[in-house]
Design a protein around this ligand. Structure first.
Ligand code: ZN
Length: 415
């Protein structure tokens, strides 16, 4: 059987393993590999074998993350942590998560084959739960590593009523030992992750990779508009208090407010009318707001504008309004020293370095409470993710791998 590195092209090597890992899935068109499932266990055991093969001490930790350690010249840590997640949404693609794990693994395999070690070790992590698909709780894997795993996670239930605590025991883990997964701050000197972009910017810029500046903060709110339900045929247009028309105007206000701020996006993903009948003017309409920006002050200013605009629209149309903020998550900036070093790694591979924010959440949000973080995005076709249509090219993956390897080889602490 040919050895892993007998394929000379890093992009092809990594994509072949993404395919192989992608086959460890519930049946169906796309990849479905949920936290603490049988597929998770098989994938974790596969990764342990691949990591061991690449010269790492590898194991499944106390919450089901896979941890592979490639030790320093002196034989231990501290460790530069790199990786991504191994769980998926339902009917996912092969690259969201695994690309980061397998690119990190590839870099270590290459360094190990060259006999190259550094004053620091490299720890490759495949987080067990990032998407939160099964228990509707995100980042359980990275939260355990950063010591933030608690009863809120353990008591969460899947759709069959099984708690995370029970699922852990079934998987073969001891839920009373979770705290042992936590890393001490002095063991870790940084976290860097490669991930598909999940957006269309790199494709539009015609670039294979980009350097992430921050994981955007988010405000989520539900807006309830109350009017007067009435007959669609009998009430003249000028005599209505129609909350659906207020909701429509508010949705358009979200568009113009978000567009008036840099790197800010606003979405109305839910509109629900009551009673929801074709011949009745709605009596009540609820709509959602999802507002994101990498700069918290900008997001807060945009939210204040939204709240003022929504209130004005409701008043003018004679409908009642209630706004309920359900999430207010601060932005998570990447460390300037990591951004600069990733920029130079991109340039050294002969590419133009561009910076962009991450509108989606990532394990870096939890890891940033422990250490400095950095992220590299790899172009994906049409920005599509969370779908079997997720697609990357071997050339772009090779570019991502070259950037990560260059970053590791030249990594300077405390710059
Ligand atoms: Zn992901």
């Amino acid at each position: 059987m040919p050895s892993y590195l007998s394929e000379p092209d890093a992009g092809r090597r990594i994509m072949a393993r993404c395919d192989e890992l992608g086959r460890i899935s519930e049946p169906g068109e796309g990849v479905t590999r949920l936290y603490l499932s049988r597929q998770h266990k098989v994938a974790a055991e596969t990764l342990v074998a691949w990591m061991t093969d690449a010269g790492m001490d590898a194991r499944i930790d106390e919450v089901g993350n896979v941890i592979g350690r490639y030790h320093s010249q002196a034989g231990g840590g501290p460790y530069l942590v790199t990786g991504s997640h191994m769980d998926s949404v339902v009917n996912a693609g092969r690259y969201d998560g695994p690309l980061g794990v397998l690119t990190s693994l590839d870099c270590v395999a290459v360094l190990n084959a060259r006999g190259r070690r550094f004053p620091f070790g490299i720890e490759v992590v495949a987080f067990g739960d990032e998407e939160g698909t099964r228990f509707r709780t995100t980042l359980a894997g990275s939260r355990a590593i950063t010591g933030q795993h608690g009863d809120d996670l353990l008591n969460a239930k899947d759709e069959n009523g099984l708690t995370m605590r029970e699922a852990m025991a079934k998987f073969g883990l001891d839920p009373t030992r979770i705290s042992a997964a936590a890393h001490r701050p002095e063991e870790v000197i940084g976290y860097v992750e490669i991930h598909i972009e999940q957006g269309p910017v790199l494709q539009a810029e015609d670039l294979p990779v980009g350097v992430v500046t921050a994981i955007s903060g988010q405000t989520r709110a539900m807006v309830k508009l109350k009017g007067a339900a009435n007959h669609a045929g009998t009430v003249p247009m000028g005599m209505r208090h129609d909350p659906m028309l207020a909701a429509s105007e508010i949705a358009l206000a979200v568009e113009s407010i978000a567009a008036s701020h840099q790197n800010t996006v606003g979405t109305v993903g839910v509109i629900k009318a009551e009673p929801g009948l074709i011949n009745v003017i709605p009596g009540e309409v609820s709509l959602s707001l999802d507002l994101r920006s990498q700069v918290d002050d900008v997001r807060k200013a945009a939210y204040a504008q939204f709240a003022a605009a929504a209130t004005e629209i409701a008043e003018r149309r004679g409908v009642g309004i209630e706004i309920d903020v359900i999430l207010d998550l601060e932005s998570c900036p990447c460390a300037p020293a990591f951004i600069n070093q990733l920029d130079s790694a991109v340039e050294k591979t002969g590419l133009r370095a561009i910076r962009l924010p991450s509108g989606a959440g990532h394990d870096g949000m939890a890891m940033s409470t422990l250490t400095d973080i950095g992220m590299i995005f790899v172009r994906c076709k049409d920005g599509v993710s969370h779908s079997p249509q997720e697609s990357v090219t071997a050339q772009d993956v090779a570019a991502g791998a070259a950037v990560l390897l260059n970053f590791i080889e030249n990594f300077q602490r405390n710059t």
